[in-house]
Write a protein that binds this ligand. Structure first.
Ligand code: PLP
Length: 391
C-alpha cells in the first residue's frame, strides 16, 4: 500500500496558525483605520479606540484592569521589560528564578548577574517541578523579584503559581512576582489577583494570533523603569507606535479562544495522551519528559528516544510531512543539550534524542494516528543505523 504523505504541524509551542477570523479582524486596520493611535484626528481616534478595546479584552482574560496592560512585541520583550525594568527601578538586590526558564528570562537574569545583582536559580525535580522549600528559604529582605515560568515550553510542567504567589508575599510583601505565562495563556486559567502576581508576560502568536505582539501585565503600583527611550506610549514603558493591526488580532484571538476553552482543552488532553500512550506502546526505550496528567500543559509531549539523535528524527519526520522540534525551538540550532532536560537530570546522551510535539486546536485525531503509524518505522530505521545502539 502506498502511504499518502500528509502535512502535520506539531510545533505549536514555537508558533501557531493564525485563525481566519483573526486575519479578517486585522485587515481593516491595514487599509482603512491606519492612523497612528497617538494622533488627534479621527483616523487616530479610531485606532486609539481599537487599542483601548483590545486592552480591555486582554485585561479581562486574566482578571486585570485595562490600565495594567501594556502591549509589546511579544514574550521576549515582555520578559525583558519586566526583569530589566524591576532591576533598573530597584538598583540592587536578589533575583530568584528557576533552572528551567526560557532564554528570555535565563539570559536576562544572567546579564543582571554581571551587573552585580545576586541571582539564584531554584532546582527542579525529575518532572520539572520547582523545589518550593528552597524557594521559600531563598526569599529574604533583599529579594526584589521572583520570576517563574508557569507552563514550561519544553516539557510542559505546570508550576502552582497560586501557592508560589502566596509564599512570596508571606515571606516578603515587597518582592515582585513575575510569571512567564507565554505557554500557559489560553490553556490554563490565570487570575493575577488570586495568584498575587505583579507582572505577567504573554504572547499572541502562541494562541493563534499574529507574530510580533504580546503584552505585559503590570499591577497598579508596581515600579518599573523603562530602558527604551522615545515617546510616551504604553505608560512610558514601551516607547514606539503601537502595532494596531497586530494588537487587534491578538485581542480577537483571545476572544475566540475563550469561546470554547474548556472543550478545546479537553480535546487537546485527549490527543496529547493518545500520542503519549501510542508512542509508549509502539516504541521501546522511550522516556516521557515532564509529568503526566493535569500538571502537564495540555498541548505538550516531550519524549526521549534512546540511542538516536533528535535532529535525525526531526528530519525523517519532516520527510513524512510531520513538523516537530528537538527540545526547545529556540535552542534547536545549538548543539548544547537543553538546559531544561539537564535540570531534570536527564543524561546528556539521552537529552540529544529528545523530541517535542506540541498540539493546537487544529490538531486532529487522524493526524495523531498518522504520526503513530509512521513514527515507529522511523525510530526502528534510525536505531538500526545508529552507532549508539547497544542492541
Ligand atoms: C515560556 C516562553 N517565554 C517566552 C517566549 C518568547 O516569546 P516570543 O517568541 O513571543 O518572543 C517563549 C517562546 O517560545 C516561551 O515559550
Amino acid at each position: 500500500m502506498i502511504m499518502v504523505k500528509k502535512s502535520v504541524y506539531l510545533d505549536n509551542s514555537a508558533s501557531t496558525r493564525v485563525l481566519d477570523e483573526v486575519v479578517s479582524a486585522m485587515i481593516p486596520y491595514f487599509t482603512e483605520i491606519y492612523g497612528n493611535p497617538s494622533s488627534l484626528h479621527s483616523f487616530g481616534i479610531k485606532a486609539k479606540k481599537a487599542l483601548d478595546d483590545s486592552r480591555k479584552i486582554v485585561a479581562n482574560s486574566i482578571n486585570a484592569n485595562p490600565e495594567e496592560i501594556i502591549f509589546t512585541s511579544g514574550g521576549t520583550e515582555s520578559d525583558n521589560i519586566a526583569v530589566f525594568g524591576v532591576a533598573a527601578a530597584r538598583k540592587d538586590g536578589r533575583i530568584i528564578t528557576t533552572k528551567i526558564e526560557h532564554p528570555a528570562i535565563k539570559n536576562t537574569v544572567q546579564k543582571l548577574k554581571t551587573q552585580g545583582f545576586e541571582v539564584l536559580f531554584i532546582d527542579v525535580d525529575y518532572e520539572g517541578f520547582i523545589n518550593i522549600k528552597q524557594l521559600e528559604e531563598s526569599i529574604n529582605a533583599d529579594t526584589i523579584l521572583v520570576s517563574i515560568i508557569h507552563a514550561n515550553n519544553e516539557i510542559g510542567t505546570i508550576q502552582d503559581i497560586e501557592t508560589i504567589g502566596n509564599i512570596i508575599k508571606t515571606k516578603n510583601p515587597n518582592t515582585y512576582f513575575h510569571v512567564d505565562a507565554v505557554q500557559s495563556y489560553m490553556k490554563l486559567p490565570i487570575d493575577v489577583v488570586s495568584a498575587k502576581i505583579d507582572l505577567l508576560s504573554i504572547a499572541s502568536h502562541k494562541i493563534h494570533g499574529p507574530k510580533g505582539v504580546g503584552a505585559l501585565y503590570i499591577r497598579n503600583g508596581v515600579k518599573l523603569k523603562s530602558l527604551q527611550l522615545g515617546g510616551s506610549h504604553e505608560k512610558n514603558l514601551r516607547a514606539g507606535t503601537e502595532n494596531v493591526p497586530g494588537i487587534v488580532g491578538f485581542a480577537k484571538a483571545v476572544e475566540l479562544n475563550l469561546v470554547d476553552l474548556e472543550e478545546y482543552t479537553k480535546n487537546l488532553v485527549f490527543l496529547r495522551d493518545r500520542l503519549i500512550d501510542g508512542i509508549e506502546k509502539r516504541i521501546p526505550h522511550v522516556i516521557l519528559n515532564g509529568p503526566r496528567g493535569v500538571s502537564r500543559n495540555s498541548n505538550n509531549v516531550n519524549i526521549s528516544f534512546k540511542h538516536i539523535e533528535g535532529e535525525s528524527i526531526l528530519l525523517y519526520l519532516d520527510m513524512q510531512g510531520i513538523a516537530v522540534s528537538t527540545g526547545s525551538a529556540c535552542s534547536s540550532t545549538s548543539l548544547k543539550p537543553s538546559h531544561v532536560l539537564e535540570a531534570i537530570g536527564l543524561p546528556v546522551e539521552i537529552c540529544h534524542g529528545s523530541i517535542r510535539f506540541t498540539l493546537s486546536r487544529y490538531t486532529t485525531k487522524e493526524e495523531i494516528d498518522y504520526v503513530l503509524e509512521v513514527f515507529p518505522k522511523i525510530i526502528a530505521k534510525l536505531r538500526a543505523l545508529s552507532p549508539l545502539n547497544a542492541n
